[in-house]
Write a protein that binds this ligand. Structure first.
Ligand code: ADP
Length: 187
């Protein structure tokens, strides 16, 4: 019964249906590394859904709505052709259930250093058990983005460092503004 319902809800992709990829993350904030993965992922899939996690962790700088808007603006600023292929949505619940709901053929993940590997290896194994029909595709971080993480960008920004080579000028402005607001609120 449940299996029938699940099949009805998640129709099988036909050879003509677009290949949809799901790129999940916190994007708090999106960095040049994230945008590079988004750009490259659209060469692998016809349509990319960027799933912005509802719960980004306790050191979140931006709300869900803000993060969705920032990612949308970033994608649009790269070019309209890219924006036409990318949809930014909030991601709630179990990743693989969400992936099935949106009809994704694969999950896209970025790999930076070996430190990413261990976690990704475990997660991919678990996810493959949950939804074996959905592949996880890893894109290696580009050489100049390998050391960029949202967490470190926030840390550098909080300490007054220059973040301009890690995020776009728009994201840098928004992040520095938010950091200043937080500091002012603490006084
Ligand atoms: P972070 O790990 O920076 O906090 P997310 O949780 O939003 O960011 O990560 C979402 C996905 O993007 C993960 O697969 C992560 O490995 C990938 N990613 C993050 N930063 C980069 C980068 N600089 N280059 C390539 N992939 C990245």
């Amino acid at each position: 019964m449940a299996a029938t319902a699940a099949r009805k809800k998640h129709p099988k992709a036909t050879p003509n249906s677009p290949r949809i990829g799901l790129y999940p993350g916190s994007f708090d904030p999106p960095t040049n590394g994230h945008l590079d993965i988004i750009r490259r992922a659209t060469r692998v899939v016809n349509r990319l859904i960027v799933g912005v996690a509802i719960n980004p962790g306790k050191d979140a700088m931006f709300t869900l709505e803000e993060r969705i808007k920032i990612v949308e603006d970033e994608v649009r600023s790269i070019n309209n052709g890219l924006a036409a292929k990318v949809e930014v949505r909030s991601l709630e619940g179990l990743l693989m259930h969400y992936a099935r709901d949106v009809g994704a053929a694969c999950i896209i993940r970025g790999l930076r250093a070996v430190t990413d590997f261990d976690y990704e290896f475990q997660m991919t194994g678990m996810n493959a058990r949950i939804a074996p029909e959905i592949e996880t595709v890893f894109l290696m971080a580009s050489e100049n983005h390998q050391f960029i993480s949202s967490r470190l960008v926030k840390e550098v920004g909080i300490l007054g460092g220059d973040i301009s080579s890690f995020v776009s000028p728009r994201v840098a402005r928004l992040l520095m503004k938010r950091i200043a607001e937080r500091k002012a609120a603490k006084r």
